[in-house]
Design a protein around this ligand. Structure first.
Ligand SMILES: Cc1cc2nc3c(=O)[nH]c(=O)nc-3n(C[C@H](O)[C@H](O)[C@H](O)COP(=O)(O)OP(=O)(O)OC[C@H]3O[C@@H](n4cnc5c(N)ncnc54)[C@H](O)[C@@H]3O)c2cc1C
Length: 448
């Protein structure tokens, strides 16, 4: 049997058309993932995005095996093949005590698995792989430079209003427009603002030039990729070397009660970051001092309590990814859960069967995803608290207690299989609940 070319594998990666038209707002990981999965599962999809062109900005992002499993299925492994050379290939995570710098625990890296790889790399570079896969390989229309100001729906359709006044309709609108989503107003019926998480993060990505010039820091770059974390009271500093040690990246999470009405990303000041680590292992300040100030970002971390719903009244507009549920970075699951959302909604729409069944499919999606997302969100708080309130005497006795949690219920989740397994049962549950509610309405009035 002859081998199949990557382009044939990509073309073959599509199920029969369902006749469902989907608009996705936002081309972040959430929107792109949803659009790719909708395309694969036979829906007719296009994306509207505010940014006028793709820029490979940012620093590190981690995708755990529950995201790797999703990427690995795109184009029969073509997407993960493109991601692999961009990803960190460190052997393990050195978890250090903040003041002495001693390694309290060495957590081995996950083995590379072609079916469900862990992917850690530059956010902009990985984003570009996914963006180009959607646009160039799959031919999904991505309309850049379109900021959506309004969403609308009735029982039969939903849509968006573009800046020039054009109204575009579809069977369903997936609003993956991030933490400041405009769609939340129509979904919730009120304006819901993100609040301060009480923390900010200095973040930097830079070349190893000054690190290798200093014999005290050169070893981090001369041994290939490395990953070290200093864990201290109410703060942590994570430092990676990437691409065989040629690039460096760090994040310093620290308390900060900012005003979240303001923009949340600012140029960072090195002196402030160095001040924050007074009393810490001097290596931390030394690494920070090698950072060109122009590459330092002061990122105010916002959060929001779980929303009561992600679905509009007629169930034709759906919040997805950060617009529905922002995560704390200590879960390392925000973008991953956005990808799971995309797989789930694309699967529910297909199993629903066609445009008339969209509201049922959208409601089933929310019911399938809601509790899992809430539970994963909590891991961001528990890991942060575990690190920021470390009892070092207890860690001496049980070093493993400080490791980054890797739980099977999070990592082994197969979003598509799960949706296929529970869809019918979930729809029956929704119908039963509606029936019960209708019985309780006076004069048999019907519910939306
Ligand atoms: C410091 C930090 C570190 C993180 N680390 C990790 C990690 O290691 N692993 C992980 O899984 N997650 C991580 N996350 C979370 C992750 O980055 C997000 O959860 C994820 O990127 C959300 O993707 P999204 O597509 O939902 O939203 P976004 O990436 O915010 O995308 C929203 C898109 O919508 C567009 N848009 C917004 N408004 C409109 C509009 N009105 N009209 C049209 N387009 C619009 C925006 O331009 C943007 O492109 C981290 C987050 C932070 C803050």
């Amino acid at each position: 049997m002859g081998s199949i070319s990557p382009s044939d594998a990509i073309a073959a990666d599509r199920m029969a058309p369902t006749g469902i038209k989907v608009i996705v707002v936002g081309a972040g990981f959430g929107g792109l993932g949803a659009a790719i999965e909708c395309h694969r599962q036979g829906h007719d999809v296009e994306i509207y995005e505010a940014f006028p062109e793709l820029k490979t900005l940012g620093d590190i992002i981690s995708f755990m095996p529950n995201a790797g499993r999703i990427f690995a299925r795109w184009g029969a492994g073509e997407v993960t093949r493109r991601m692999r050379p961009l990803s960190i290939a460190h052997k393990g995570f050195n978890i250090r005590k903040y003041d002495t710098g001693e390694v309290a625990y060495h957590q081995l890296a996950n083995e590379y698995s072609a079916d469900a790889p862990t992917v850690n790399g530059h956010r902009g570079e990985l984003h570009e792989v996914v963006f180009e896969y959607a646009r160039t390989d799959l031919g999904i229309p991505i309309h850049l430079g379109n900021r959506i100001e309004e969403y609308f729906e009735d029982e039969a359709k939903a849509g968006i209003v573009l800046a020039d006044g054009r109204r575009i309709e579809a069977d369903v609108v997936i609003a993956s427009d991030g933490v400041r989503s405009k769609a939340r107003q129509i979904v919730l019926g009120y304006e819901d603002k993100p609040k301060s998480s009480g923390y900010a993060i200095w973040r930097a990505w830079f070349s190893n030039k000054d690190m290798v010039a200093d014999p005290e820091t050169a070893h981090f770059c001369n041994k290939g990729d490395t990953f070290n974390g200093w864990i201290g009271p109410n703060m942590h500093f994570l430092f990676s070397t990437i691409k065989n040690g040629s690039d460096c990246c760090w994040v310093l999470t620290h308390p900060d009660d900012h005003n979240i009405d303001e923009s949340w990303s600012f140029p960072g000041k090195l002196s402030e970051a160095i001040d924050a680590v007074k009393g810490w292992d001097p290596m931390v300040a030394r690494i920070i001092s090698k950072t060109p100030e122009s590459s330092l970002v002061d990122w105010k971390l916002v959060y929001r309590d779980p929303l009561p719903t992600w679905v509009s009244k007629h169930a034709r507009i759906l919040l997805l990814g950060d617009s529905a549920h922002p995560f704390l970075p200590t879960s390392a699951q925000g973008a991953t859960q956005a990808l799971e959302d995309g797989v789930d909604i694309a699967t529910c729409l297909r199993l629903g069967g066609g445009p008339a069944e969209v509201p049922t499919a959208v409601r089933a999606h929310e019911r399938i995803r809601y509790e899992r997302v809430k539970k994963v969100q909590k891991t961001g708080e528990s890991t942060r608290d575990m690190w920021h309130k470390t009892d070092w005497e207890a860690v001496k006795k049980n070093p493993e207690s400080i490791k980054f949690p890797r739980e099977d219920w999070v990592f082994k989740h197969d979003a598509r299989k799960h949706a296929e397994d529970v869809y019918e049962r979930t729809v029956r549950g929704i119908q039963q609940d509606l029936h019960e509610q209708q019985k309780q309405q006076p004069n048999g009035a019907s519910l939306p």
